[in-house]
Design a protein around this ligand. Structure first.
Ligand code: CP
Length: 308
């Protein structure tokens, strides 16, 4: 049986296939039972150095729904980071006030650094363009629920694949599931070579293109992502690729996609996917965001050793 007690959740690469499946199963059990007092008396510290709606609020809601408390911040101006305190020092202090730390930070590797300083479990809520492992757990949960399987799917990753931490985490997770992966992006936002090489070493089918049309009939899932303006050092480079893709109901119908295609998006969206998809059988992104609750309850309860 998988043992998550006291473990940090930093990168999806730290977990085996059986551990991923174990967590999805646990989330499903939690979703279907009363867990009101599961984490009674426990405290979560939410340390958010970057903007967030879904991740921060779903962690907070999940913790409160299972009887726990939440402290933290979502901007640093009112904290001692504004006076120059280091992340490592802050973590050593904050762990004295809580049982588990969730951190989102703009530096790649920041969550690992925080975990090395902490004695309580640390959960990575997104570290720069690197990883977003808890998003991956809820993405897998959503795909398993809506496609009835994780095995043997063809997945089209669309948009900003260079800086897209959700894509990096999810592509690694799907390397366990005999997946065909289609990476569709502007040429300057391609999937990082180290991720592609790692997939190829595992004999995963990998295809790169800048046009969804070429592969639209093949895929079972589109994982659409926003072009992340905030990650570009040069605004001119962003201007070149903004509006790269606009998914609409009409476009999917014209492309002749599979009837049971599902479209996921970690959100927020800007203009890459319009609201005409919201009420179709394709669009499952709102359900995906809601799945953050059972999945994050399961993750919190597991690392705190309150469930197995
Ligand atoms: N999916 C996601 O990470 O959304 P937020 O940035 O709103 O947390």
């Amino acid at each position: 049986m998988a043992n998550f007690k006291n473990r940090d959740i930093i990168s999806i690469k730290d977990f085996s296939k059986s551990e991923l499946l174990y967590m999805l199963d646990l989330a499903n059990k939690i979703e279907n039972r009363d867990c009101t007092d599961l984490l009674k008396g426990k405290t979560l510290a939410n340390l958010f150095f970057e903007p967030s709606t879904r991740t921060r609020m779903s962690f907070e809601s999940a913790m409160k729904q299972v009887g726990g408390n939440v402290i933290g911040f979502n901007e640093t101006e009112s904290t001692s980071f504004a006076k120059g305190e280091s992340l490592c020092d802050a973590v050593k202090i904050i762990e004295g006030y809580c049982d588990v730390i969730v951190v989102r930070h703009f530096w790649e590797g920041s969550a690992r650094l925080a975990a090395e300083s902490a004695t309580v479990p640390v959960i990575n809520a997104g570290d720069g363009a690197n990883q977003h492992p808890t998003q991956t757990f809820l993405d897998l949960y959503t795909i398993k629920k809506t496609k009835a399987t994780l095995d043997g799917l063809s997945i089209g990753f669309l948009g900003d694949l260079k800086y897209g931490r959700t894509v990096h985490s999810l592509a690694h997770a799907f390397s366990y599931f005999n997946t065909k992966m289609y990476f569709i992006s502007p040429p300057n936002l391609k999937m990082p070579r180290d991720y592609l090489n790692s997939l190829k070493e595992k004999n995963i089918f990998v295809y790169e293109d800048d046009n969804l049309e070429d592969i639209s009939k093949e895929i079972d899932v589109i994982y659409c992502t926003r072009i992340q303006k905030e990650r570009f050092a040069d605004p001119v480079e962003y201007e070149k690729v903004k509006g790269f893709c606009k998914l609409t109901k009409t476009l999917l119908e014209r492309l002749g996609v599979k009837k049971d295609l599902k479209v996921l998006h970690p959100l927020p969206r800007v203009d890459e996917m319009d609201s005409s998809l919201d009420d179709t059988s394709y669009g499952v992104y709102f359900q995906q965001a809601r799945n953050g609750i059972p999945v994050r309850k399961a993750l919190l309860a597991s690392v705190l050793g309150s469930i197995s």
